[in-house]
Every structure is written in structure tokens, then in C-alpha cells.
Design a protein around this ligand. Structure first.
Ligand code: PEP
Ligand code: MN
Length: 361
């Protein structure tokens, strides 16, 4: 009992570590595979927590759906031999019960579960009165409210230690990524949950090992608190997610070659230089807002003129001409077409709203 309490505090403390690194196989396959992965990961000195899927929600039936409860003692053995606490995905009340029975230290809710409020509630109900950290992956679809809803359900069950895992969002067709990162959603989630642990899952975003590093570095540059990356003693022959796994040693190299950056600015000099540039940015933002305000005043005038002469607000030729002109100028200024499109869409919409108000007043 004494031992159990001590371990709990140790895991809580571990979750405060930055960067927090979680690694291990997509799925537990055999005892030897789990124990070997764990000890080789521990030997790199770069990993804090061992992950392994016991129950695998696969999109299509017929592929390996996890070893099930019989793999849980293997994790206990892996923990004993490597010293690494273990994390497992849970999707049902029974799985929560089994995982806790076998001393799993950290639970996570997978993307295919976060999408379903019934499932999340089922898991949350099983967590009532339990003191275990829970990490919640984003839902497979880009819906921030679903992700927040899952956090609320788990929090309402009394779980204090909740973290977030950004694993990307599925989209139709072949893209560079298995799951599109849509970084802005993770950034917004962080803004809405200040202080909550947020880690990135490059494995499930990339779906292939050659671009893992790029995504991992990007996450760190965006001030994520850590990474969860899949590793396997024989990646090519893994029973699930073979293309995206790396050996424990490669995982260690990857973590070593990431440039770790921090949000904190500690030296006075750095602070002063940053402050000066930030003032310039504020000044320019103020001027931009002033100009956009002026632009809308002109739009109001045009709106009045169109109203008096019964002309429609939208004139497609004019809109195309504005965009074409902006692309050319933007290009010379180093502004991407993507940005110009988004910016002009927003400005144009605001202008239409202004004119609409005038026309219908
Ligand atoms: C996994 O972590 O192996 C997994 C199934 O991930 P996700 O829920 O992100 O698909
Ligand atoms: Mn996986």
C-alpha cells in the first residue's frame, strides 16, 4: 500500500517534467517484445513513460485488434525491468477496471473514443473515485468542442490530472500526413486550457517514419510540453502501425537531435531586444487596424452609392481583380498566396457585412 502511494506521487511528479517523453509500441504483441522495447528505451535515458496498446480500435475489422487483458502482466514485467511507468489506451469501463487492476500508471483515451460522448462518459463513470492521470487525444474529426467535452466529462468524474494529446485529424484521400496536424486547433485548445499538459503525437500525424522529426520539432517550436512517439524492437514487422514505428535507439537519437526551445525569456538582454521588436509589431498592428477601419468607411460609402443606384453588393469581376492584384503585390513582399487569400476573404467579408447593413437600413 505504502509502495503504491509512493509510486502515484512519483508519476504525478513525472508528468510535470518538461519535455515529457512517452514511447513504446503501438501494440503489445508478446511479453518479450514489450519487455525488450521497455529496457532498450530506458537505456537511451530519454524516455519517461512506456506506452503500449492492449486494446486496439482499428478502423477496419480483420487487422490485429490488440492482445487484450493477457498483455497487462507483460506491462507490469516491463515496468519492473525498465523502471518506466506504463500508459495504456482505454475505451470502455471494463478496460479501465482491468488496467487499474494491473497497476497501469497512466491511462489515455484514443481519438476514436473521444469522438463518442457515450464512450467517453462510460470511461469517465468508471474513473469516479479513482486517482489516475488521464491523457485525452483529440477526436478524429476537427471538432474542438468534442475534445473539450471529453476533458469536461473526465474532469467531472473527479480526475485532477488531465493532459492532452494532439494526434492530428483525419481527412479524405491521400495527403502528406496520415492525419492532418491542423496546428491551429491544438494552439486554440492550449489557449482554452492554460496550464494543462499538451503533448504531440508525431507517429499518428505522420503515419510514416521519415517525417517524424519535422513534426516533432515543429511541436516543440510551438511550445508543446512533450512528445508521444511509437517505438518497436522490429518496426517493419510490427503487428500494427509498422510504417510509423522506429527502434528504441532511433527514438533516442531523435529526441537528442531535437532543438529544445522554451517560452520563458530569462536574460535581461534577450528580454529588452524582444520587447523592442514587440513594440514595433504592436505599432504596426495598430496602424493596420486603423487602415482597415478606414477601408470599411469607404466600403460604407460604396454601399450607400450602390443602394442609391440599385447595384448588387457582390461583383465577381471586381473581386477577382482585387485578388489578382493582391497576389502579384504580395508575392513581391514575400507573402504567400494562401495568406493573401485568407486575408482578403476576411476583409472582403467584413466589407460585405458593412455594405449589407447600409443597404438594408
Ligand atoms: C495509438 O496511440 O496507437 C492509437 C490508436 O492512436 P489514435 O487514438 O491517435 O488513433
Ligand atoms: Mn498506433
Amino acid at each position: 500500500m505504502e509502495q503504491a502511494i509512493e509510486t502515484k506521487t512519483a508519476v504525478e511528479a513525472l508528468l510535470q517534467k518538461r519535455p515529457l517523453i512517452i514511447s513504446g509500441p503501438c501494440s503489445a504483441e508478446t511479453e518479450e517484445q514489450v519487455v525488450q522495447t521497455a529496457t532498450r528505451l530506458a537505456a537511451t535515458g530519454k524516455v519517461d513513460i512506456l506506452r503500449a496498446g492492449i486494446w486496439k480500435p482499428r478502423t477496419r475489422p480483420g487487422s490485429f485488434e490488440g492482445i487484450g487483458t493477457k498483455g497487462l502482466p507483460w506491462l507490469q514485467q516491463a515496468k519492473k525491468e525498465s523502471g518506466l511507468p506504463v500508459a495504456v489506451e482505454v475505451a470502455t469501463a471494463k478496460q479501465v477496471e482491468d488496467a487499474l487492476h494491473f497497476g497501469v500508471d497512466v491511462l489515455w483515451i484514443g481519438a476514436r473514443t473521444t469522438v463518442n460522448p457515450f464512450s467517453v462518459q462510460d470511461v469517465a463513470d468508471a474513473l469516479k473515485g479513482v486517482d489516475v492521470p488521464v491523457l485525452i487525444k483529440n477526436p478524429i474529426n476537427p471538432d474542438l468542442e468534442l475534445w473539450i467535452g471529453a476533458v469536461e466529462r473526465v474532469a467531472n468524474a473527479g480526475i485532477k490530472n488531465i493532459g492532452l494529446i494532439h494526434r492530428g485529424f483525419s481527412s479524405y484521400g491521400n495527403t502528406e500526413y496520415r492525419n492532418a496536424p491542423m496546428w491551429h486547433l491544438a494552439i486554440e485548445m492550449k489557449r482554452r486550457n492554460p496550464g494543462m499538459l499538451l503533448i504531440n503525437d508525431p507517429s499518428h500525424i505522420c503515419g510514416r517514419r521519415d517525417i517524424l522529426m519535422d513534426v516533432a520539432q515543429k511541436a516543440i517550436d510551438l511550445d508543446f510540453d512533450g512528445l508521444i512517439i511509437e517505438s518497436h524492437i522490429d518496426p517493419d514487422n510490427a503487428w500494427s502501425d509498422a510504417k510509423q514505428q522506429v527502434t528504441p535507439e532511433r527514438l533516442g537519437e531523435m529526441i537528442s537531435s531535437i532543438v529544445w526551445r522554451t517560452e520563458e525569456i530569462d536574460s535581461e538582454e534577450l528580454h529588452a531586444v524582444m520587447e523592442k521588436m514587440r513594440q514595433q509589431i504592436n505599432q504596426l498592428d495598430d496602424e493596420l487596424l486603423q487602415l482597415i477601419g478606414q477601408r470599411m468607411k469607404v466600403a460604407d460609402k460604396i454601399g450607400q452609392y450602390k443602394k442609391d443606384n440599385n447595384i448588387t453588393i457582390l461583383q465577381t469581376n471586381r473581386w477577382n481583380a482585387i485578388l489578382e492584384r493582391a497576389y502579384q503585390r504580395g508575392d513581391k513582399l514575400g507573402l504567400s498566396q494562401e495568406f493573401i487569400t485568407k486575408y482578403f476573404d476576411a476583409v472582403h467579408m467584413e466589407s460585405i457585412n458593412h455594405q449589407n447593413k447600409i443597404m438594408n437600413s
